[in-house]
Structure formats: C-alpha cells, structure tokens
Write a protein that binds this ligand. Structure first.
Ligand code: FES
Length: 103
C-alpha cells in the first residue's frame, strides 16, 4: 500500500500540553501537543492496551493511566523496559489539519 498523509484532526483540537486519541484505519493513535509541536504514537499501551491519550503528559513523556509505565512521544520508546515500545507515527500540520502518515 502506498504511503499517504491522512487528516485525523484539526490542529486546534489538541491544546498545548494536552493529548487526544484519533483513529486511523481502525487503529488508535495518541497525539500530543508539546509546546506547539505535535507528536503521534500508538494509542494503545503495549503493556495491556491502556488508553495512552488518557494518561499524564509531562514534557514529551506520557504515563499510561493503567499501570503507570512511561513512553516518550518523541520516539515511542518506553522509559520502563522490558515493557515494549509504542509505534511512532509521522505527523505534520497542513493548513489547519493534523495529518498522520499511513504506511
Ligand atoms: S496498560 Fe499501560 S501500563 Fe499497563
């Protein structure tokens, strides 16, 4: 399948310091706005599927609300190995749209 940028939200939908969850082809994706920069990682925690976007965000690090394992939005990597990493997605702003690269 060819890669394509898919509009998943408006940039105004996610306030600075906040996260939202969007859906891309049935997959949950968590988007964070950190000081005006947007980041996207898998929205389901690799531990037991907790909702990443409902966790606590500190800088680019999110703490899963279920069992408090942490992930960095910059890389998707966990700060608490051996818990797995979250898939990282490319994200861009196009006009007012937030677009994620679907591959
Ligand atoms: S489901 Fe996220 S830490 Fe357990």
């Amino acid at each position: 399948m060819a890669e394509e940028w898919v509009t998943v939200a408006k940039s105004g939908d996610v306030a600075e310091g906040q996260m939202i969850e969007v859906s891309l082809d049935g997959k949950a994706i968590a988007i964070a706005n950190v000081e005006g920069s947007y980041y996207a990682i898998a929205g389901e925690c690799p531990h037991q599927g907790g909702p990443i976007a409902e966790g606590d965000l500190e800088g680019t690090v999110v703490t899963c609300p279920w069992h408090t394992f942490r992930f960095d939005f910059k890389t998707g990597r966990t700060l608490d190995p051996p818990i797995g990493n979250c898939a990282k997605y490319e994200i861009r702003v196009s006009g007012d749209d937030l677009q994620v690269l679907n591959r």
